[in-house]
Design a protein around this ligand. Sequence first.
Ligand code: DGJ
Length: 514
Amino acid sequence: MKCLPSIEKVNGIWNLYVDGQPFTALSGEIHNSSASNLRYMKEQVWPYLREMNMNSVAVPIYWEKIEAIENEFDFTLLDGILKQAREEEMKLTLLWFGLWKNGISSYVPEWVKTDGSKYLRVRNSNGKAMDVISPLCEVAVEADKKAFMKVMSHLKEVDAEEQTVIMVQVENEIGLLGSDRDYSTYANEQYEKKIPKVMVELYSVSGTWEEAFKENAPEYFMEYYYAKAIERIACESKLVYGLPMYVNAWLEKFPWRPGGYPSGGPIARFIKLWHGIAPSISVYSPDIYSSDFVGVCDEYTIEDNPLLIPEVRRDAMNSSNVFYAIGKYNVLCYSPFGIEDFKKPLELLTGLSNPNLMKTLKIDTSAFNCDKTAGYLSKSYGILNSMMPLIRKCREDRKLHSFIRKDEHERGCVIEMKDYDVRINFQNNQVGIPKSAGIILEIADNEFYIIGTSVNYTVMPKKNENVTVGFLNLEEGEFENGEFVAFEVLNGDERYFTNLYDMPSINRVKLYKY
Ligand code: DGJ
């Protein structure tokens, strides 16, 4: 058998490995319901992913479809998706929509939904049952675990050779919305008890949940039980078929109260807890719809957590985040949501950008506008893909630099290379145009590539040098089979305005001093 995909840290650098080689998933996530019908996938999804320069796609699989009747497992849909993905030469990340999806239990099979005495629901502080099966309900967690195990065993059987599936997301944006914790009788009993030993060890506190965590006790309580449930669901499956598994988070946001965002999900503050309680999970991942892309990435890379972005804003302005995600954080996967929309004619779009839906999901409407994104994103993916071996080499040699306009007041930045400094002037943000971002690859003492968008740049001598910097050569081009092919030598007026325009591009720059 080939070696399985894995997430490993080698020489201080986290990578996803596929077939033994580092693999950066330049991806997109399809809409929640698209994979429920193979014909829909064939006609309305795959054709619109072609020419996006993606190498992978994130696709949901649904417990309610796989085990519609208890103990009877049907993999027709999954097998069909595998076949289609292979025909399209696309790798897959599967999203397990099991007990929880966006906090609620909408994807559990009917036999779970309708048996409230066996599969216990969370109750809010008024004692009202919610649309959420409780993570404290061991019978429900066990049922999910069993179904998930069947999926992973099936994958081992049908995909271990081909390895079309490279990762699995366990559940989707878990946590409790609308209440800070479960107030059912059983949950209340647990809440009054002393905290488990593992929590004592992790946080050096003791006593009951409230004694240990004071006013934050409800959130810690839910975090513990969700993490425990996820570990139970994932652990044995991981032993059966050890694909990398990650858990994604609906981020903490205004008004900053658990229950306003899902209480119990892997938000950045709790990565330490999740590492301690759910060791089968390789990565905790942010779904980034906020405009503070860099802030979120920074938070999620503490605690030695690799960066994997399963969902991200889809507007053109933020499409250039992919350069920074790769340059700065070596992101394992970058994946805007609803990717099949990007190339679709407007009249075929499903109306999911509806402002009321966005309000319910607490997503800023502008994050969902994918007008013009396809061209920018596919060009970015194309450039990054064609240069990936060089990007990896420069990272290993510590010769990779990245830049991004973090906020609307930033005018630029200076990248310090060994013998030269590059001043990057940012452009003002404009809706529908990628904001300034890119990467510099320092390939020799007097030579670099700059890739990215919406900047102009000047090369300066080092601070203490009384010399002038000149271009030996300035070219725009692209990479073909690992080699740079110049299509223009920029030796005239362009030298006064060394630009990367809105459409992402590559410049090769050779310098000298006089
Ligand atoms: C985040 C969720 O994880 C996705 O499944 C989807 O619901 C998007 N929000 C918004 O459509």
